[in-house]
Design a protein around this ligand. Structure first.
Ligand code: HEC
Length: 126
């Protein structure tokens, strides 16, 4: 009996232990998004905009494609062929104006862990 219980526990650890070590804390990721981006962005399937465009489905999408949002002229001109993926988003969040000069997103995140959390959250919003 005791032996069985121990094997069960081992199975549980094998199933959940290593996976959770490098998987993302999604609740934390959502909280980070709300805190860092929520004043200006939603990421909602049913649309909606604030000061910035809706970020639902942004991962894998071309820059500047949210029809109901009026991007700045600089953004419209400079977004060219940019497609938002982990690497372009990471550069954008570190320093938007280095990716699209003149873009009017007044936000920068120097901490790579926080950028990664937010990007992981956005990957779930599509
Ligand atoms: C103070 C307001 C503000 C904050 C905070 C902010 N943004 Fe933005 N964001 C904007 C604005 C405004 C634009 C449009 C820029 C333009 O038109 O030049 C934008 C544009 C973007 C775009 C381009 C979207 C597209 O449709 O191509 C992405 C991606 C983005 N923001 C992600 C984020 C993320 C992720 C965060 C949080 C880590 C964040 N932003 C925080 C205001 C903000």
């Amino acid at each position: 009996m005791r032996h069985r219980w121990f094997l069960g526990l081992l199975g549980w650890v094998a199933a959940w232990g290593p996976a959770s070590a490098d998987s993302v804390d999604l609740a934390g990721a959502e909280a980070q998004f709300k805190k860092s981006c929520g004043t200006c962005h939603v990421a909602a399937a049913d649309g909606g905009k604030r000061q910035g465009p809706n970020l639902f489905g942004v991962v894998g999408r071309k820059a500047g494609e949210v029809g109901e949002f009026k991007y700045s002229e600089a953004f419209a001109k400079g977004s060219g062929s940019i497609v938002w993926d982990e690497s372009t988003l990471d550069r954008w969040l570190a320093d938007p104006q280095s990716v699209i000069p003149g873009a009017v997103m007044p936000y920068k995140q120097a901490d790579p862990d926080k950028r990664r959390l937010v990007i992981e959250y956005l990957k779930t919003r599509r």
